[in-house]
Design a protein around this ligand. Sequence first.
Ligand SMILES: [Zn+2]
Length: 411
Amino acid sequence: METTEFVLRDAKLADGRVVDIHTFDGLVTEVRKPGSPLHTCLPGVDLERWLVLPAMAEPHAHLDKALTAESVPNLTGDLRGAIDSWMSASSAGRFSYQDTTERATRAMELLLLHGATAVRTHVNVSSGIQSIRAVREAALRMNGLMDVQIVALTSNPMTGPEGKGNRAALAAAIEVGADLVGGCPHLDPDGPGLISHALEVATEAGIGVDLHVDEALDPSVLTLRDLARQVISSGFGNGVSAGHCVTLGLQSPEVQAEVAALVAEAGISVFPLPQTNLFLQGRDSPTATPRGLTATTALREAGVLVAAGADNVQDPFNLVGRSDPLETAALMVMAGHQTPDDSYSMVSTNARRALDLPESSIRPGDVADLVAIDAPSVRAAIADAPMSRRVFRRGVLVASADQDLRIHRTG
Ligand SMILES: [Zn+2]
């Protein structure tokens, strides 16, 4: 890699300090008062007191499905309707390699423009390896701009004789180079069996596990507990993440605390995914409609690493979404009842930790993955989500956007 020195001048930090951030070879080397004569001759950018924060990261995306809201309608609006419409469009051969590559690339570009320099995406693997190959090609196009991780998302059943084909599909996806083993234990006739198979396959491949867990509103479903117990008893040594975990939010405070303690002991990261769950869940409960969110506060109090993601973006699982982690952070404030600062951590530093990426907390030695936003505070950045942003990856400017708002008064 080429040696580069770069200074982000006149940057406002979240605590209000105005500083110059010196970077060298992609790392933050110094954070100091602005105007050092040493720095004025170095290449850099004057941020005019824009807020500079750790770059954002999307811990749970579906790039193979992104941006298909028009072409794949969800007839019932719920999770079952989304899965059915996707699977029938997929088996009808509606998604070409080229189409998937282009959409995945566009979805990543949108994430990058908003300030995310890393994404973990689930990719359906049950109908062959074309989608995973297409997303890998899209990831190659983003080489140097974003860190990309691909999870092999399996279909159900994964267990029993009827799961033979789906288990073979997972093996093929790992052969192609999936970075993590995925799956949905709550949708399998044998959830614990799916979990134990996922852990075995991941152990053999030397990779981590990232499951869709308990994306339902039935409180009797709680495979998160099974996952935690199996991770602890197996001594599984690679990373484990659990997305959704909706039914934990339906439990009593005692059960939430008990399961959260197990999840913390197992070292599992949990990803609330507010956009998609607010869209999909609770459609048959017109009174006091549940939010479909996990027990974020109980998990955090137990010491679980919680990172928040957007999940689906403009597809049958979520018709809207703008590929902006600040949208996720706003929902964690409004629907998840977290503070703005904590919510921002969940879409930035916590998400990076969950993805096992190097720290980017703007301290010497951290990677210089940063986002500058024309906003006076973290709260205001989340509230206004201004599209005046500069995105830096490893100390290099990789995306910029400028918002131009005008009121034209007449007379
Ligand atoms: Zn998902």
